[in-house]
Design a protein around this ligand. Sequence first.
Ligand SMILES: [Mn+2]
Length: 414
Amino acid sequence: MGELRFVHMADLHLGYRQYNLTERLKDFGKAALHATEKALEYEPDFVLVAGDIFHDSRPYPGAIRQALQIFTKFRDAGIPVYAIRGNHDASYARSERLGGDALHLLEDVGLITYIRDKVVTFEKKGKPKACICGVGYYGRNTEQKLTEVLKQNKALLEEKGVLKILMAHVFIEGMVPQYDISAYILTQENFDYIALGHYHGYFRDDNARLYAPGAIEHTSVSEWDDPDRGVNLVTATPQIKAKSWTVDVQRLTVPTRPKKAFEINLGVIEAHEVEPQAREVVKQHDEPGAILRGVLRGRLRGDTFAFINTSNIGTAATQALLCNITNELETTTLSIKEEATFEEVIEEVLRKQLGIKKTAVKTWKLLVTDMMEILKENQPDTVSKALERLDKFTTPKKKRSKKPKRTHAQEVEQ
Ligand SMILES: [Mn+2]
């Protein structure tokens, strides 16, 4: 009977003009086109798109043109494309109200088969049959919707020798802390391959047959630590008497624009020093065409944020496409001069930061220096020594009455 080969893609987000840059809109189209061309080399039997083809539920014609270009390539190669609705697409209700959505449009021109909460079959001469159960985005109601669809298509899904695929746009357990549906529910029906969308990273659980190829480009900085962007190429082979299928999942990666997040550690610094020092760090990270994100860290002497122009720091990257600078500097109210002694620093901290009275500072300073000395020794009994010292310091000399005095506030409450 032979095997079935298909491509699983998701979250193309066509039309996303990220950072208000047309270059980014082009990037998303380019990445999807690249994945398409790579996929075509493997001559798949069909293609799955697990939601969020478009970034907007009302895609601008420019984004629709990108989609037409991509899906025409599959149609011209005689490869059917099956797609479901993601959370970025119009909701079911809205699509009904307005006479259809952007996916209907792609279906009307014969480029995709829009699976709207139903089961469709893939049949081709000389090839095993496949059943694709597709459920659009319903968030936390996905389980309920899925149960309905499974019930209505019971007979079709129980057919023997058929490759059974479930396609959904949903967060599952293990992907994000607040997931929409448990992995257990999804795997109950013994699907041979569960094609997920919505999760923008690459996710695979071969034992549970759960797969998410991730977004085709980075849609947010939180995804940057995972440079792998691409689609899945799946080969499904029926086992003896087709009671089960083995699936082999390969990764087809797509090159994307370089992105780099870095910290600009400035230590304790005066406001006027921030810009020149940070610019030097930015220059070191500059890279042609890249998207950079620098975070300013350190402590500012005095409350002088008003003097820091973060966009001026970003301009130090002359080759990058974009360099965003986030200011996460903290302030310090300590007015210590550069050449301050250790004693002076401690005194400043005790008085200004901890609000310890001038009269008590002497005793506290003694404790701090004592403790430092003890800890410096690093002897086996260091900790007990330190605790002993601390105990002596904190135990009140006079025994106080156990019953605390009633405050005025407590009296009023009662
Ligand atoms: Mn998405």
